[in-house]
Design a protein around this ligand. Structure first.
Ligand SMILES: [Zn+2]
Length: 77
């Protein structure tokens, strides 16, 4: 399997700490624990602090690509 799922579109800032995600090695598109099911874009530090679960329906982690763009790293299943 050689396909890669890529994040389409811009990334803004971490919804928790407001750190610009463009400067991070990766980010999570995830359900934020304790929010009653609200999703956000979180930097990896906030994902870890919040206890984000990686999985379909829970959270996807994207990793920065050399040359730009983001590919799915965790959370497909
Ligand atoms: Zn953050």
């Amino acid at each position: 399997m050689t396909f890669a799922i890529e994040w389409a579109g811009p990334v803004s800032a971490c919804d928790v700490c407001q750190r610009p995600l463009a400067d991070e090695p990766g980010f999570g598109d995830a359900e934020v624990p304790g929010t009653g099911g609200s999703w956000g874009l979180l930097c990896l530090a906030c994902c870890a602090a919040a206890g984000v679960r990686w999985g379909w329906g829970a959270g996807q982690q994207y990793e920065r690509q050399e040359g730009g763009g983001w590919t799915l790293r965790r959370g497909l299943c």
